[in-house]
Design a protein around this ligand. Structure first.
Ligand SMILES: [Zn+2]
Length: 380
């Protein structure tokens, strides 16, 4: 069997670190049921109260008592408001920004919006020259253009927090609960994000594979995720806010944040492949990554979205199949052309390289185009 699906949502077995139980229900679905149980809700409130108390105590003499990793998108906006206005904490927002060639206009406007909502933001802007080299290497080595940049994005929060003497930091969603990526979970402490480095794409957080005669170690310091012993030495804890917040979903976060000034994409889903126009607003290259992911594993970003909607009972699995069939692989051609221009490669070189990563058990080529051998939602 090349691909099987969760019986409850459309989680495919091809996702790295995906886990299914004996009834073929995925980790994310089981986790959703567990975490929305009434008794657990009470436990969550208790844990959060304890964390907040500790944060207040540890930071009572500091201008900021916690930090939040932000990109300026729907999740960051909701989290920041929650931490400041609901938990009554004093957060500093930490943003590792994309280089000018990659950040979108909407992304820049949304960071500005967070600033205008009254938050202090600390920016880390890694060298665009090194950024491009590392992105190119990620794309050509792994067929994943985000590996290096994700390392820089994820590392900025613990690194800067440690340097500021902040002991408590927040991230948004736990990938295990929302997508079923179980690489970074800490058993019985689903709210802790201290092992993010173990996520499949972060490869342990040590990007030594980037080093070559053109990429020196001193140039990629921001790409190294702090080691566990550094976390312990600095007494840093990172928490997934998604674990504690009600209604954590792409749709709800987008709606909430739009009401607080978040700028949305104006394109229709058929022109962008984003059903709610508020996913990955900060840049345009990641849609290409999602397309490559689709060719590698047979699913893309729309699958993640509909799975969440199924769990929240806003759509049925049957309806979700139709949506995934129509939109999951979609990427605007304009984005591919922009990406080729950014890396200074031809479109044919781009496709030749992407072809190498296509999973031939799931796809076959017909008249120059990749066609899928599988039907979404059915084991094959
Ligand atoms: Zn599932």
């Amino acid at each position: 069997m090349f691909i099987k699906y969760c019986k409850s949502c459309l989680q495919p077995s091809t996702r790295p670190n995906a886990v299914f139980d004996k009834n073929q229900i995925c980790y994310a679905c089981n986790s959703f049921v567990r975490e929305t149980n009434k008794n657990i809700e009470i436990d969550k409130k208790f844990i959060l109260k304890k964390i907040v108390k500790q944060i207040e105590m540890d930071g009572k003499n500091s201008p900021y008592n916690c930090s939040i990793g932000v990109s300026g998108g729907k999740d960051s906006t909701r989290q920041s408001i929650y931490v400041r206005d609901h938990l009554k904490l004093k957060p500093i927002l930490i943003c590792c920004s994309y280089p000018p060639e990659q950040i979108s206009e909407i992304g820049a406007a949304n960071i500005e919006n967070l600033n205008e909502l009254g938050f202090d933001i600390l920016y880390l802007s890694p060298s665009p020259i090194t950024w491009k080299k590392t992105l190119k290497k990620s794309f050509f080595k792994y067929g994943n253009l985000a590996i290096a940049s994700e390392l820089a994005l994820y590392s900025s929060l613990p690194k800067i927090s440690m340097n500021l003497g902040i002991k408590h930091a927040f991230l948004g969603e736990n990938p295990a609960s929302t997508t079923g990526e179980t690489g970074s979970i800490i058993k019985n402490k689903m709210y802790l994000a201290n092992k993010t480095r173990n996520m499949n794409t972060l490869k342990g957080g040590r990007p030594d594979w980037l080093l070559d005669k053109d990429i020196k170690r001193e140039k990629i310091i921001p790409y190294y995720y702090p080691l566990e012993k550094e976390f312990l030495k600095k007494n840093l804890n990172i928490y997934y806010l998604g674990f504690f917040m009600n209604q954590w979903s792409r749709l709800y976060n987008g709606t909430f944040s739009a009401a607080h000034g978040l700028n949305l994409r104006e394109k229709s889903p058929s022109k962008w492949g984003d059903l709610i126009n508020c996913n990955a607003l900060d840049e345009n290259f990641m849609s290409i990554n999602q397309m490559i992911k689709y060719f590698k594993f047979g699913f893309g970003k729309v699958t993640d979205f509909v799975n969440e909607e199924i769990r929240h009972e806003r759509i049925t699995r049957k309806e979700a199949v139709l949506i995934v069939e129509k939109f999951d692989y979609f990427v605007p051609k304009k984005n591919i052309l922009e990406f080729c221009k950014y890396l200074n490669i031809t479109e044919s070189k781009f496709w030749k390289h992407v072809d190498k990563f296509v999973n031939k058990k799931l796809f076959y080529k017909s008249k120059g185009e990749w066609k899928k051998k599988f039907s979404v939602g059915y084991d094959s």
